[in-house]
Design a protein around this ligand. Sequence first.
Ligand SMILES: Cc1cc2nc3c(=O)[nH]c(=O)nc-3n(C[C@H](O)[C@H](O)[C@H](O)COP(=O)(O)OP(=O)(O)OC[C@H]3O[C@@H](n4cnc5c(N)ncnc54)[C@H](O)[C@@H]3O)c2cc1C
Length: 422
Amino acid sequence: MDVSRSTGSAGGERALVVGLGIAGMSSALGLTRAGWEVQIIERAPDRRTGGYFIGLSKEGFEAARYLGVVDELRTHTPESYSTWEIDRSNTRRRGMSFTEQPNHPEVVRRGDIELALWSGIEKSGITVRFDTVPVTIGSNADEAVVRLTNRTTGETTDEVFDLVVGADGVRSTVRRLVFGPDSEFTEPLGRIICAFQLKEPPPETEPTDGLIIAEEKRALWIFPFSDQPPTALFTYLPDNVDAQFRMHRGDALRHAYAGMMGDGVVRWALDQFDQADNYLFDSVVKVTMPRWHHNRVVLVGDAAWCLTLYSGYGATAALHGGATLGKLLTEFDDIDLSLDEWERAVRPFIRGKGGPTALKSQLFVPSNRVAFVIRSVLLTYGVLPRLVRRIHWRQRVRAKILRRLFGERADAFPFMTPESGR
Ligand SMILES: Cc1cc2nc3c(=O)[nH]c(=O)nc-3n(C[C@H](O)[C@H](O)[C@H](O)COP(=O)(O)OP(=O)(O)OC[C@H]3O[C@@H](n4cnc5c(N)ncnc54)[C@H](O)[C@@H]3O)c2cc1C
């Protein structure tokens, strides 16, 4: 078989990005800004749309700005809203919403981020080949040779690139082909998630209010948007994770949530699931790697560092990682040096954001009786929301004083917190 090698349009470097998700599109735009010629391959036959609730933090918006797509990024943060915890006696108590975290994330859907990035991809004229996957990848210090297959036509080609970016998600093929088996880098957390868009808000709930029903080993979260129906997230710890995938999804959920009331909202949400146009049903897996690049192959996003949904930072990290890759390839002429510097720059961010994930996962869905009781005291009975509101209040007062004293220069202080993620 012939191996095709072409140089970039300006005789520059040529990259293959595997995966058309947030990490893949961010990396592709970053590389294009750095003067590279980029091709994206995507396993799916079309670009996916829609998606679940995402809290996007300021680093995500900064990356989107760098990539030139921030103005295309639609947000749906309700202006004012409450989140209610419903306990076993069907009583609703004021809880803490996802956006009340100290980093003030903005509410978007995954599809909003992908649409904004897609507009950049279209403007840049980057080639996207759907239905296409890598089958083998060989790399040395100078190049990577990739065998690509079109899944419909079966056409196979060998192509040479200066860099391959594996942005193909938590169960990455690039990682497996180049770095080693999943078992070396992935940690299954024994949890299932099912996320989907509701057709309407739950009964007796304001359209922009959130709901949380959390028991030991199972929880249902309803995330509100300012201008469209909420999304639901079932998250639970089954006795046997694999068995969940052998069942009809609706049956698996009904079995896991049997007897859970939540003021009638659980049954209502299960019925909504039956009508959902599309959904995500998956087990939760964490990815940790000692090194994200090898020769001319680099992993970005969930493929490299999946922090899990509980961190609330996966999308932000995917944008940040892709944009930073492009930035550093602009700064240094040497590709190897750029990759080393990129890893040095991004690792502390990932370590910092991934750190509290174990604790956050217990707030999402407590894994045992003790965690359930602690969570109830902290959240249902208002200790944590009061604490966080107090922190917000102090942040606002401090920011006001510093802006009075130092004007706009105060914004450069590292401990200044933005009014919102944006
Ligand atoms: C329910 C839920 C809620 C979340 N909430 C938040 C939140 O509040 N805040 C936040 O920041 N993050 C959140 N996240 C995490 C965030 O969505 C992910 O971290 C982020 O979308 C990962 O993007 P990615 O591009 O790395 O991977 P993916 O989105 O998985 O994209 C991978 C792409 O690669 C393609 N692909 C896969 N294999 C191949 C192959 N062999 N060849 C070619 N293409 C391939 C896939 O089809 C896909 O298009 C949440 C996640 C979930 C599931």
